[in-house]
Design a protein around this ligand. Structure first.
Ligand SMILES: OCc1cccc(Br)n1
Length: 446
């Protein structure tokens, strides 16, 4: 009733006032700030990108899932000072519920896994392609929405899961012509950070917050990083030690510093050994400064970067073994990644790898006489029943107009219904690429 009232504007305590559109008011035909339309040309590129996401996900045995764009705000409230929290697109709905447009997919995935409980036989290998939102002050003119491809493995504690996820992204890159000379992966483990903080008796509950601060390395001045770390109760000595370790680029160097009994080192060595077996060693490198900006990562973290250093991170992910238990679920190990639809397109443009995607249609069907429009519809139906795509000309148009449209929609064949041919039960077919033409019985069309 509430919805009906709102829709019809019928009076009543719950009804929203009917929105009066002033006929003279010219509406803004542009999409809301920070959002995009996808007219056919852009939609073909998006569909091509998503098709490649799906093909790779299926080839790795992942099942597609999705969740509401609108979630309870509580799903994203984390007190670690993340940017994603500051930019939450949140509001109170008509039922006075605090809700948010999802800024990422992982919390929704965690929610669904918990909801499934024991009925979900582990491991789960799920993927999703979903629109995610942030409310950013438009001063920086950045987007407020993007589509993100996620792949997640739930229920596998070992780094074989992370190695498989990185392999899936590399498989995607190779499919679209990106090579190891274009893109690499920086890999580290948050257990490195955890070990250093443990050695300096930094309380565990500060771990997420420290990671979020460290993620700003190279984004804000180093002195600001130090100030923020000190404000998170790290001693000056701990800060210096931490920054020195985070500058390390080799596992050997790290081992000399931390010793060989550290779990982080075992994970990283195992991951690099698996990379060797997969054959993608040239794609990955250790970089201790990689922590990623989401508070919930607990182990291996990685991000795909453009080797020319012109673009923002292409994708990123890692292990998040505690997220499900923070939502009240069982402690189930998990890892995954997010891959946005924006930077990858910028990279493909940079490398001249954008695909040529023209509209594809097999037939355009028209009648030369408006009394034969019905016959044209019959011919179109016969072709469609045979699995052919048909653009049926719906009005009585001159042939010159039909040829122009055929060229615009890239039709392969022109099927003309003319009275002379139709009296013989025939139609005329013109192969538009060669100009070859012939008459044929409708039932013999294929
Ligand atoms: O990558 C962070 C993010 C989240 C939601 C929307 C957009 Br655009 N960007």
């Amino acid at each position: 009733a509430e919805l009906d009232n709102a829709r019809t504007g019928r009076s009543g305590s719950l009804a929203a006032p009917p929105v009066q559109f002033d006929a003279t008011q010219k509406i803004d035909v542009n999409p809301p700030k920070g959002t995009r339309d996808f007219p056919p040309e852009e939609m073909r590129l998006r569909s091509w990108l998503f098709h490649n996401f799906r093909e790779v996900s299926h080839s790795f045995g992942f099942e597609e899932v999705d969740f509401p764009v609108l979630e309870s705000e509580a799903l994203f409230i984390r007190k670690a000072g993340e940017e994603i929290r500051d930019q939450l697109y949140c509001f109170e709905d008509r039922g006075n519920r605090r809700v948010a447009l999802r800024p990422e997919l992982t919390p929704s995935l965690a929610r669904l896994v918990i909801q499934k409980g024991k009925s979900a036989s582990l491991p789960l290998k799920w993927f999703a392609i979903g629109q995610c939102w942030r409310y950013e002050r438009m001063t920086r003119g950045r987007r407020r929405e993007h589509y993100q491809w996620n792949m997640d493995i739930i229920g596998v504690p070992g780094v074989t899961a992370e190695a498989e996820l990185i392999s899936s992204i590399i498989t995607f890159f190779k499919r679209i012509g990106i090579t190891a000379s274009d893109v690499g992966f920086k890999v580290s483990s948050r257990k490195v950070l955890q070990e250093v903080l443990r050695r300096y008796s930094v309380p565990e509950n500060l771990f997420g917050r420290v990671c979020v601060i460290i993620d700003k390395l190279e984004k804000i001045p180093i002195d600001d990083i130090k100030k923020e770390l000190m404000s998170a109760e790290l001693s000056e000595e701990a800060v210096e030690e931490l920054l020195q370790i985070l500058s390390m680029k080799s596992l050997t160097e790290l081992e000399e510093k931390l010793g060989d009994s550290v779990e982080a080192l075992e994970d990283l060595k195992k991951l690099f050994s698996l990379a060797e077996k997969y054959g993608y060693s040239e794609w990955i490198q250790f970089d201790a400064s990689i922590v990623r900006g989401l508070a919930y990562y607990t182990g291996i973290v990685f991000e795909g970067f453009d080797r020319e250093g012109k673009l923002r991170a292409i994708c990123g992910g890692g292990r998040y073994d505690r997220l499900l238990s923070t939502f009240g679920g069982d402690d189930i190990p998990a890892c995954g990644f997010g891959f946005g639809d924006a930077v990858i397109i910028e990279l493909l443009k940079e490398r001249g790898l954008l695909p040529e995607l023209s509209p594809q249609i097999e037939n355009i069907v028209c009648s030369l006489d408006q009394d034969l429009q019905g016959v044209a519809s019959l011919v179109a139906s016969r072709l469609r029943e045979k699995g052919q795509s048909v653009d049926l000309v719906l009005e009585n148009k001159p042939l010159k107009w039909v040829f122009k449209r055929a060229a615009r929609i890239n039709a392969q064949k022109l099927v003309i219904v003319g009275s002379a041919e139709w009296q013989k039960g025939m139609v005329r077919v013109k192969i538009l690429s060669s100009g070859e033409q012939y008459e044929i019985k409708v039932d013999e069309l294929e």
